[in-house]
Unconditional design. Structure first.
Length: 326
């Protein structure tokens, strides 16, 4: 699909703020700015603006010079808000100038954020009642501050129609390619991806990059001994009755204490530990899937694949190729 020859270009305003991450600024211009019609004409006009035009510091050792002010936002078809190094700070996110600029958008303007730029969108109430994502490291802080937003930290991006959010910095590439695909079709998006040397569609979500701690409750708690036993022998087919008996309590008491101390059921906690151990073995060894399934207690390669796909969003061998290169 391509735009008619006499169609105006889709106007994109990229909003930068002090502390902007240069990679995000570059990738939006590279992906959207690289979209071409069958005749080689640009399909987007991508321009950068700031609340206060002029020299804007980045989070690196250089600055960028921005010639446009917030008036560009009111004329844009799509506005992309980039993250800063300080988006977690309430004083930065609640900048009245930013809220005023976002309020100037025309009805129907498409709004997108990359990484922690979801924070100022949420602060302005633009994500209330919507599904959204942000960088997994900031997920808990986001949830605490914006309970009215349905946060999904396991995905690379979320499309809520007129509002889209992307996870980490590189997820901006996925989001921009998705926008091209949505606006002008797969052929145009695939062409941009080939020339940028990136996959046109990245399998899986952000879940495969989240580093989860193995222990999530201290050794002095009521279920610590049971958790230590399970971690020491993940291959064993543990049962609730067996775990409860090891603590000299009933199954209901065991389950209640586990939820109080870890936020999970005993078998749910064990499942997560098995996936994490499998994940470690995929990253650090060449063991076949069936062998890893035995070592972590899933029993069969089929069961391991099912649980890894559900927890990480990708099949085991895809995960191994991504993080081990094999």
């Amino acid at each position: 699909m391509s735009a008619p020859e006499d169609a105006p270009r889709h106007e994109v305003a990229v909003l930068v703020r002090p502390g902007v991450r240069p990679m995000e600024l570059g990738l939006v211009h590279q992906i959207l700015g690289g979209a071409r019609s069958a005749d080689g004409e640009p399909l987007y006009r991508v321009r950068t603006c700031a609340l206060h035009p002029g020299t804007v510091p980045t989070d690196a050792d250089f600055r960028v010079v921005v010639g446009h002010g917030p008036e560009l936002l009111a004329r844009a078809d799509t506005v992309v808000v980039l993250a800063t190094q300080d988006d977690h700070e309430p004083s930065v996110v609640a900048d009245p100038g930013l809220a005023e600029a976002l309020a100037s958008l025309r009805p129907g303007t498409r709004l997108a954020s990359i990484c922690t730029a979801a924070f100022p969108l949420a602060e302005a109430g633009l994500l209330d009642g919507r599904r959204a994502t942000t960088h997994w490291l900031s997920a808990e802080a986001f949830r605490c501050r914006f309970p009215r937003v349905d946060l999904d930290p396991a995905v690379l991006y979320v499309d809520e129609g007129e509002v889209l959010t992307a996870a980490g910095e590189a997820s901006g590439i996925d989001l921009c390619l998705y926008l091209v695909r949505r606006d002008f079709g797969a052929a145009v998006a695939n062409d941009v991806a080939r020339r940028t040397v990136v996959p046109p569609y990245r399998e899986g979500g952000q879940a495969q990059y989240i580093a989860r701690p193995v222990a999530d409750a201290g050794p002095g708690t009521g279920t610590a001994a049971a958790r230590e036993r399970m971690l020491a022998d993940l291959a064993r087919p543990w049962t609730l009755a067996e775990l409860a008996a090891s603590l000299h309590v009933g199954v209901r008491t065991l389950t209640r204490r586990f939820r109080e101390e870890t936020g999970q059921s005993p078998l749910g906690w064990l499942l997560r530990r098995r996936v994490e151990r499998a994940r470690e073995l995929f990253e650090t060894t060449d063991l076949p899937v069936g062998r890893i399934a035995d070592e972590v207690g899933f029993g069969t390669a089929t069961a391991l694949r099912r649980h890894v796909c559900r927890e990480l969003g990708v099949p085991p061998l895809h995960y191994r190729r991504t993080f081990r290169g094999g």
